[in-house]
Design a protein around this ligand. Structure first.
Ligand code: FES
Ligand code: FES
Length: 162
């Protein structure tokens, strides 16, 4: 460990991990390089596109803007922590409704949608648009993504009443 490195502990997708690096390293790089969680994507690298989105203590953040130091003691969820064993309703809906094309934006989109459904179980189209407004997509024109999220809402509601 060099003199500028720190070692800290956090929880990633439910597992306790110890990570080491410069305190100002980008969380995005630590996740992808040190922890090999390459589902988190880099788009713009400057907080504009949402491709690098992860959840920290339940809050959606752009990991390209988060220094490693802020992960100390935090609970982080990446796309690898969503739909383990069985696809999340949002992931299933993206599959069924063409919500993903090239896939670069998809992990961030899915995490933003999962976070929305955790906060607002029955969102309106406006809620969906606002929740995903920090996530850019160059492929889909957004309509299929928004439809996917609303379809996931219906699927969750149907599952809850069956
Ligand atoms: S790569 Fe982080 S917001 Fe674009
Ligand atoms: S599916 Fe290609 S950027 Fe969204």
């Amino acid at each position: 460990m060099d003199s500028h490195s720190v070692q800290l502990r956090c929880r990633v997708n439910g597992d306790e991990v110890t990570v080491q690096g410069h305190p100002l390293s980008r969380l995005l790089d630590v996740l992808r390089t040190s922890l090999h969680l390459t589902g988190t994507k880099e788009g713009c690298g400057e907080g504009e596109c949402g491709a690098c989105g992860v959840l920290i203590d339940g809050r959606l953040v752009n990991s390209c803007l988060v220094p490693l130091l802020h992960a100390d003691g935090a609970s982080i969820v990446t796309i690898e922590g969503i739909g383990v064993g069985k696809l999340h309703a949002v992931q299933q809906a993206f599959l069924e409704h063409g919500g993903a094309q090239c896939g670069i934006c998809t992990p961030g989109m899915v995490l933003a949608a999962v976070n929305l459904l955790d906060r607002i179980p029955n969102p309106s189209m406006d809620d969906v648009r606002i929740a995903l407004s920090g996530n850019l997509c160059r492929c889909t024109g957004y309509v299929r993504i928004f439809e996917s999220v609303l379809s996931a809402v219906q699927a969750q509601r149907a599952a809850a009443t069956s």
